[in-house]
Design a protein around this ligand. Structure first.
Ligand SMILES: Cc1cc2nc3c(=O)[nH]c(=O)nc-3n(C[C@H](O)[C@H](O)[C@H](O)COP(=O)(O)O)c2cc1C
Length: 210
């Protein structure tokens, strides 16, 4: 099976944001009030009522927040977005640091959750109606309560990200397996089938031999 075929799916790229209340932080249940991560798995599934589905890894802190609050925002990244956004939201976890520290391109929507207000062409707010356990991921099916267009700049697709945003892999003497999502290199002959990339959290299926 050539898993490169999956990169031909016309995904967009998004910042999924969620937030808990002050009490959940004071009680120690959550370390930060607001968090977000990069996802590509967003699709509209019905129009009346308007519902979307997203798939989020259970290891993501953002998943835990959505499980807690049943609400989230989607900010659609637009062409021109720098790699720094992907590093901030896609390569580190809110479990370890506050991703919004020193980051000012944000607004809070009426549902109380942050969204990204620059380098995005739209945002949506949604309330979870159903959760589907997919093993590694949770699929949240959610109803939109707010949606706004922010610019006419085209959406960053996965293909655009691979070609124009993601840094080109360095020439390396290292032998092993390279993550096709973020270029992390696992040094070793055999990549364990349950290996999870420590940078972007994608699984062994997204690695290629180098
Ligand atoms: C290009 C790209 C696409 C990603 N797509 C998804 C996705 O669809 N679902 C997901 O759960 N994680 C996805 N991730 C990984 C998360 O963004 C990443 O694991 C993040 O650090 C989780 O942060 P958190 O623990 O603060 O929630 C993607 C990362 C990148 C760089």
């Amino acid at each position: 099976m050539d898993t490169n075929a999956l990169f031909k799916i016309g995904y967009g790229l998004y910042v999924l944001t969620a937030g808990v209340n002050e009490d959940d932080v004071k009680s120690g249940l959550f370390k930060v009030k607001d968090n977000g991560c990069i996802i590509n798995t967003v699709m509209q599934v019905t129009s009346d009522p308007c519902m979307i589905a997203i798939a989020v890894n259970k290891k993501n802190y953002t998943n835990e927040m959505i499980q807690r609050t049943k609400k989230f925002n989607i900010s659609t990244l637009s062409e021109g977005t720098g790699f720094d956004i992907f590093k901030r939201f896609g390569y580190q976890s809110g479990r370890d640091l506050d991703k919004f520290e020193g980051f000012n391109n944000i607004k809070r929507s009426p549902n109380g959750v942050l969204y990204i207000s620059e380098n995005t062409n739209s945002f949506m707010s949604a309330y979870v109606k159903q959760e589907v356990d997919l093993g590694t991921h949770t699929m949240f099916i959610a109803q939109l309560v707010e949606a706004q267009c922010l610019s006419e700049i085209p959406t960053v697709t996965y293909d655009y990200y691979q070609k124009n945003i993601k840094p080109k892999p360095e020439k390396t003497e290292k032998k092993g397996w390279r993550c096709k999502i973020c270029n992390y290199i696992y040094e070793g002959e055999d990549l364990p089938s349950d290996f999870i990339c420590p940078w972007c959290k994608h699984g062994a299926a997204d690695f290629e031999r180098v």
